[in-house]
Unconditional design. Structure first.
Length: 179
């Protein structure tokens, strides 16, 4: 992609890609770096992509960059373990549902608590499951598109998505969530 195409993609899909980076990393600082690396990598590849395919392409780059960074960090931790303090919690960001837009304060509180529990359950998933869940639910990619971007089979994506749902359900039940 050239610089002009990158600018169009940032304007059109920048928010979605940044949100995906935040979900993956769990940290705004790391998300900023991943976001920038994604567009730099797209610029380096210098491949012409149709505008309607650009979002999937950029999400694939983001997921693969994150996977590589995550693997490097895991290898480093095996060699020289270090304890890292957790950065700011993304749940501190303003919710799309505020008390002003929700007529009932109780409903608003329940929604926030449920969202926090769900985020925690997703965060606790193993990386190979978490990436697929986030690509499927937060970016709305199909299983076929995820498979293409991660270079794995569609069956693997489907089975990991199903396994993720089961793990999330188990975790939510442990946390006391009732339907």
């Amino acid at each position: 992609m050239n610089a002009e195409e990158i600018e169009v993609c940032i304007e059109k899909y920048g928010t979605d890609i940044y949100r995906f980076c935040c979900f993956l990393t769990g940290s705004r600082t790391l998300a900023d770096d991943l976001y920038q690396d994604t567009f730099l990598k797209a610029l380096e590849i210098d491949k012409t992509i149709a505008v309607e395919e650009a979002k999937k392409y950029l999400i694939g780059i983001t997921a693969n960059l994150w996977k590589n960074q995550w693997r490097k960090e895991k290898r480093r931790q095996k060699i020289a373990p270090s304890h890292v303090l957790k950065e700011e919690d993304l749940s501190d960001s303003p919710s799309e549902y505020s008390a002003a837009t929700t007529p009932d304060l109780l409903t608003s509180c329940i929604h926030r608590e449920t969202s926090a529990m769900l985020r925690a359950a997703i965060h606790d998933l193993p990386e190979k499951y978490r990436v697929i869940v986030l690509m499927y639910y937060s970016v709305d990619l199909s299983t076929k598109e995820i498979a293409e971007q991660l270079h794995i089979s569609k069956g693997t994506v489907t089975s990991r998505l199903q396994r993720s749902r089961e793990k999330i359900k188990e975790k939510l039940e442990e946390m006391g969530y009732e339907r």
